[in-house]
Design a protein around this ligand. Structure first.
Ligand SMILES: Nc1ncnc2c1ncn2[C@@H]1O[C@H](COP(=O)(O)OP(=O)(O)OP(=O)(O)O)[C@@H](O)[C@H]1O
Length: 696
């Protein structure tokens, strides 16, 4: 065996040299071709192809491949070794595939095959291809050097555990500051999701650390490759919880050779769409996370839950349709005394001639139509002086007439709809009053954005090209059904990846409590629901601890199952001097070569306090604040509710007191989120009385 490993290593080292030389040769040749910048379409197409090659070769030069699979098609004599990398490369002369792109159909076998001697198959454009796998090999290449060769399957050999061993080796890596691609270790169930049909909205419920975000990003890369002519990166969009999180995940797509995908938060996107001078009220959010707040659970009457529901959407929809139908001024237009354009005629234009136009356009077209009618009538007046007088009068009366037509700006329409009985019936007096007060100041609560977008889309219709080719919604448990329904209107072919974890639903005042709440948004047969149960991020000890925290006050449908990666025990201690402890902890962790550390505080204010104490002592830390754009990595002081989606080598949760984390589902979820951020080490401290959520 030893000898086999040795010879496999030698063989692959030699192979690598050959591949690297060919890649270099092709790069040199392509770089010597001057870039074409002219107008000739054929030349432009050739240049585009060269540019694609240049990019692929640059990726391959860094790490040509990570896997090898020996596959024999049923009607072939011999198995052929297929090398699989992040980008496909063909041989310069023959054009034969030298390295297979991980997204190619045959590469799917590399991920889905988990052993067994039976025939396997994959779907190629030309149909089903059957065959046998003889070898599945993982290769680690860093900076051009082969570092590791692991055979995770060899026909006729005992292979148990080798795949997991390689996965553990990758998971055990210290992370730098950003999320990374996982092309070399995509798991079979993740592979299915990445390659799921493009026209289906895919909901992924996955436990903390199960790779949801990672899977969604790989799915985007897959779709762009698989449907290259039809699905364009710049027509795809990712919705994430905040700008810092977007920065944190920003390396993955470029690593996969994908650029140009729009990335935003729902508020930012909605404000841009609404265009006006509108502000979003965020203070309520901070308040929501104050300790001791009796946070709402299912069936709550929180404004976000009420205004985010599909019941509210339906009521709004009906009210909007009526508003548009009855939108016309209920009177004739009389440009001067004795001359009348009958209300019936205008109604006919509105309901028939301009039937297919959205309301804003109808208003515009009717104004033009009235002007045309006016100029015809004015031309019939021969006396120039009289004509001029009539023209002036008619102009004034037309302006007055148009003014009596309710303004079609989303904010003012929303305010008008809120005065209707059918809408008021949906809201409590308190919510109604609060909403009206905000809107008066041109301020919208977060949950008012979806109704405003609804009004905007209904009044203006959708422009050509405004629909997205694919929409990713990360942390979707914090979205309301209303928000998701609005995004659905904007999707071209129902192509969605919606991912989240109900156990991490820390915004239960606005988000969903069950996936069934959003399912009616999608038509039957256009929705798939999948679950991910294995957690890849944290050690077994951390996952087990976090599961106990969660289960203390919340009953999740599934608990995270760790991969078998054991590490140090989670420690919980009482500390009278937390600052001294934090300083000590930082030095110890740095000595243990952890590169990203988080000191997780209960509130933003607590974070400020720890930050100033540590800064006083010259400790090099940075504070993560709400609304912050960039993710710095290193040593972060961070309020617990902002840790969502992130991960750190070591996490220290401070002030885990009973009053900070009360015995309620909302607090259990919050603490669970904090605990599951840790990859290798988790420490929890309190000074007076520990939260009852913490296992004893
Ligand atoms: N197949 C895999 N191979 C190697 N690492 C993986 C794999 N799947 C996930 N990971 C790693 O697990 C960690 C968690 O991934 P990710 O952040 O995508 O999970 P998540 O489900 O979105 O997490 P959370 O909901 O807790 O924020 C990352 O470090 C990621 O690289």
């Amino acid at each position: 065996m030893e000898k086999n490993v040795q010879s496999a290593f030698q063989f692959e080292s030699q192979q690598l040299k050959t591949f690297a030389a060919e890649i270099n040769r092709q790069r040199t040749r392509l770089h010597s071709v001057p870039k074409y910048r002219g107008e000739d379409l054929t030349e432009q197409a050739l240049e585009d192809s060269r540019e694609r090659n240049r990019k692929n070769l640059a990726i391959a030069a860094k790490e040509p491949y990570f896997g090898r699979m020996d596959f024999k098609e049923t009607d072939q004599e011999e198995a052929a070794p297929l090398y699989i990398g992040k980008a496909g490369v063909s041989e310069g002369e023959s054009g034969k595939a030298m390295i297979i792109d991980w997204r190619a159909p045959v590469a799917s076998l590399f991920y889905s095959f988990t052993g067994g001697e039976e025939e396997v198959y994959y779907m190629a454009p030309e149909g089903m291809i059957e065959g046998d796998i003889f070898l599945k090999r993982n290769l680690v290449i860093r900076e051009g050097n082969l570092q590791r060769v692991v055979d995770t399957y060899e026909q006729g050999q005992e292979n148990a555990g080798a795949a997991d061993e390689f996965l553990l080796y990758r998971l055990g890596d210290r992370k730098d500051n950003r999320l990374r691609d996982i092309v070399s270790t995509i798991q079979a169930e993740q592979n299915d999701m990445i390659r799921a049909s493009r026209d289906t909205a895919l909901i992924i419920q996955g436990v903390a650390g199960s790779g949801k975000t990672t899977v969604a990003l790989h799915r985007l890369a897959f779709l762009i490759y698989e449907y290259r002519e039809k699905m364009l990166a710049d027509q795809m969009i990712i919705f994430a919880p905040n700008a810092m999180f977007l920065d944190y995940i920003s390396n993955v797509l470029p690593e996969l050779g994908v650029g140009d995908i729009q990335q935003t938060t729902f508020s930012k996107w909605a404000l841009l769409k609404l265009g006006g001078r509108l502000k979003v009220q965020t203070a309520d959010w901070q308040q929501w996370f104050e300790p001791g707040v009796n946070r709402a659970e299912s069936g709550s009457k929180e404004p976000g839950r009420v205004k985010g529901s599909l019941a509210f959407l339906n009521a709004m929809d009906e009210a909007l349709q009526l508003f548009i139908q009855n939108g016309l001024p209920q009177k004739d237009f009389e440009p001067w005394d004795g001359m009348v354009l009958k209300k019936k005629v205008i109604e006919n234009w509105y309901a028939e001639e301009f039937r297919d136009y959205p309301a804003v356009k109808k208003r515009e077209l009717i104004s033009i139509k009235i002007k045309q009618w006016l100029s015809n009538e004015l031309e019939k007046i021969w006396e120039k002086k009289v004509q001029k007088e009539m023209k002036t009068k008619a102009g004034q009366r037309l302006r007055a007439y148009m003014k009596s037509w309710p303004e079609l700006d989303p904010l003012s329409v929303y305010r008008q709809l809120l005065s209707l009985e059918s809408i008021r019936a949906q809201l409590s007096d308190e919510i109604l009053q609060q909403t009206v007060n905000y809107l008066r100041k041109r301020v919208a609560a977060h949950e008012d954005l979806a109704p405003l977008i609804h009004i905007h889309l209904t009044l203006n219709g959708l422009e050509r090209g405004e629909r997205y080719h694919h929409i990713v919604i990360d942390e979707a448990q914090d979205f309301s059904p209303y928000q998701i329904a609005m995004l659905q209107k904007l999707s071209l072919k129902n192509s969605f990846t919606i991912l989240g974890d109900l156990s991490q639903g820390i915004h239960s005042n606005i988000g969903i409590h069950a996936w069934e709440e959003i399912m009616p948004v999608f038509s039957e047969g256009k929705l798939a629901y999948r679950e991910l149960e294995r957690s890849y991020r944290s050690t077994m000890e951390i996952i087990e601890f976090a599961n106990r925290v969660l289960s203390a006050a919340y009953k999740p449908a599934v608990l995270a199952k760790p991969v078998f990666r054991s590490g140090e025990e989670v420690t919980v201690t009482q500390e009278d001097d937390p600052i001294a402890f934090v300083k000590n902890w930082i030095s110890e962790r740095k000595a243990a070569s952890a590169s990203s550390l988080a000191i997780v505080c209960r509130t933003a204010k607590d974070g400020e306090e720890y930050f100033s104490e540590l800064q006083k002592d010259g400790v090099d830390v940075h504070l993560v604040r709400e609304g912050q754009e960039g993710y710095q990595g290193g040593i972060s002081i961070i309020p617990i509710y902002l840790t969502k989606g992130l991960e750190f080598d070591a996490v220290l949760i401070v002030d885990a007191e009973a009053y900070n984390y009360q015995h309620a589902a909302s607090d259990a979820k919050l603490l669970y989120v904090g605990c599951t951020r840790a990859l290798h080490s988790l420490t929890v401290i309190f000074s007076k009385q520990a939260s009852t959520l913490i296992p004893s």
